[in-house]
Design a protein around this ligand. Sequence first.
Ligand code: HEM
Length: 160
Amino acid sequence: MGEETDRSVKANDTRKDGGDGNHVSEAVQEDSDVKYYTLEEVQAHNMSKDTWLIIHDKVYDITTFLEEHPGGEEVLLEQAGTDATESFEDVGHSTDAREMLQQYYIGELHMNDRKKEAKKEVYITTSKESSSWTTWLIPAVAAAVVGIMYRYYMLERKSS
Ligand code: HEM
């Protein structure tokens, strides 16, 4: 496994990318212990003696788990070296199964190889916008004032 260790990109190894070392971003420094693997590297581990797969952009070495998998070794080998997120989710694995994943975690899929998720629409609500209670309270108070004035006006007219 020496080869992939050498090729794998360490999160804080920015100098490799031609950086001058002065521009190491804080976000990258935070998880400097995390190991990043390219899709190509993961794909190389596609056999029963050496089985990696990707689930939700995390890389797992499940070689020792193959025989233990309640769903059988076959299904895992079919996914070996690939992104198995969809198949994993399709089965509807239990919370226990999800917790088991941690034991086999070896790193993260490199950012460049991550599937671009459909852009999530993010709505930022400011105090001027609709969620504020003032949006309905002000018209309600205005309507009540107009109603009261109208009643007074009618009473006034009747009495004169
Ligand atoms: C390391 C990753 C995986 C772990 C830790 C894992 C774990 C488990 C566990 C604990 C179960 C028993 C049922 C449950 O608790 O949900 C199970 C069942 C199963 N798994 Fe996985 N699994 C993994 C990956 C996969 C993948 C990638 C596939 C699909 C290709 C798969 C297919 C199945 C199937 C078909 C069953 C049997 C479901 C049934 O009989 O109802 N698993 N798995």
